[in-house]
Design a protein around this ligand. Structure first.
Ligand SMILES: *Cc1c(COP(=O)(O)O)cnc(C)c1O
Length: 419
């Protein structure tokens, strides 16, 4: 079975390609070593050792003790589990603080908690996406069970001062969780330096497969399992281990440390080249989010007078993958909750596109976008009732460009079938 893989991938904050090195280490656990790690006989028990080796590697990525790593199914589960545990373990505390710009894993879990009688405060952000830590300080109450603030925003790449917030929470005797799903491979991660009680990761954001995540639970933190079942994960998460996923996560954790340099030099350079080109060559464009306190791979840009959905459709026709808002809200017509929280007018938020690059992007990928994007925007603005300008120059044949891409793709597929 061959399916066309995306050729120009600018959506690494949504998910990432599985690294060949990662694929390689997981296959034996699907093909040969498929025993249950909890089994007593050696066919199963030998698998247990590999799970523990992977745990050490994931722990090393965040400078934790392996016993502080709880494998879960995804970043969403990790976030939910942290909030769930904090509330369960502190029954007298019925208040949670998070932010308006979290992943839907927190925003929607917060709404669920509100329906169950928990008071949830959603911290606002400033127009550049940054957080006012003094405001957070004022909002912490004696009955606050946990504060959950993401480390890097998946839509804008904006970074929050996690060590500072963790220290504040510690001084107030409140648990602190951070969703660091976007961070591995892009920035240095050290749970001791950060001083957090809980931290979430998801393997598919760092070149491992979907369906495996982890929650760091700091030593001596009281913890209530979210999935109740067997004694896996030392009683902290029921369910037979996703062995191949865990082994893959371990390998990806090692590679993430190695890719820090590339992400912060070459990938950052590609991102900046793309962003600078757009801002200087396409009129009426604005960067969303703080320029400096930002991940090296993410660029979120508003194209005024056009709908992002239309841009994405035309980009898709050319084999370019990018997104508006987060993948989880695509398809809904509401503008991104992150951009809305930053105070963007709905029209500007609806015209915003996120480009998120990664280690598999090349100069040629950026050249390709640079070649096509200005004309796509021009084309859309010419037909947009929102556009006050009346540009006349328009000889770009998008249909011809789309057909060329289709032909290139067909040829590439034919070649990979023959290979
Ligand atoms: C992708 C993502 C998640 C969700 O992770 P899943 O493994 O897909 O559940 C949570 N938080 C952030 C910041 C993300 O980017």
């Amino acid at each position: 079975m061959i399916s066309a893989k995306p050729v120009y991938y600018f959506d690494n904050n949504a998910t990432t390609r599985v690294a060949p090195e990662v694929m390689e280490v997981m296959i034996p656990f699907l093909r040969d070593l498929w025993g249950n790690p909890s089994s007593a006989y050696s066919f199963g028990a030998q698998v247990h050792g590999h799970v523990e080796k992977a745990r050490e590697k994931v722990a090393a990525l965040i400078k934790a003790d392996p016993r502080e790593v709880v494998f879960t199914s995804c970043g969403t589960e990790s976030n939910n589990a942290a909030l769930h545990s904090a509330l369960y373990m502190n029954p007298g505390r019925k208040h949670v603080i998070t932010t308006r710009v979290e992943h839907s894993a927190n925003i929607n879990y917060g709404e669920f908690l509100q329906r169950r009688g928990i008071d949830v405060t959603y911290l606002p952000v400033e127009s550049d996406g940054l957080l006012d830590v003094h405001l957070l300080e004022k909002l912490i109450r004696p009955d606050t069970a946990i504060v959950s603030v993401m480390m890097a925003n998946n839509e804008t790449g904006v970074l929050f001062p996690i060590a500072e917030i963790a220290a504040l929470c510690r001084s107030k005797g409140v648990l602190f969780h951070t969703d660091a799903v976007q961070v591995p491979g892009k920035l240095h991660l050290d749970v001791k330096e950060l001083g957090v009680d809980f931290l979430s990761l998801s393997a598919h954001k760092l070149h491992a497969p979907k369906g495996i995540g982890m929650l760091y639970v700091k030593k001596r933190t009281k913890f209530q399992s979210y999935l109740i079942g067997g004694h896996q994960e030392r009683g902290r998460r029921g369910g037979t281990e996703n062995v191949a996923g865990i082994v893959a996560f371990g390998r990806a954790a090692e590679l993430a440390v190695n890719s820090l340099h590339d992400e912060n030099t070459r990938v950052r350079g590609l991102r900046d080249r793309l962003e600078n080109f757009i801002l200087s060559h396409i009129p009426n464009t604005v960067r969303n989010g703080n320029k400096e306190h930002r991940l090296p791979n993410t660029s979120n840009i508003a194209f005024d007078f056009v709908e992002a959905e239309a841009i994405l459709l035309l980009l898709d026709g050319l084999g370019i993958c990018a997104s508006s808002g987060s993948a989880c809200t695509t398809g809904s017509l509401d503008p991104s909750h992150v951009l809305t929280a930053m105070g963007l007018p709905p029209m500007r938020a609806r015209g915003s596109v996120r480009f998120s690059l990664g280690i598999y992007n090349s100069d040629a990928d950026v050249d390709y976008v640079i070649e096509h994007l200005p004309r796509i925007i021009q084309k859309l603005r010419d037909i947009s009732p929102l556009n006050p300008g009346h540009p006349d120059n328009n000889d770009y044949d998008i249909e011809a460009a789309r057909q060329k891409h289709e032909a290139d793709l067909a040829a590439a597929i034919k070649e990979s079938v023959a290979a």
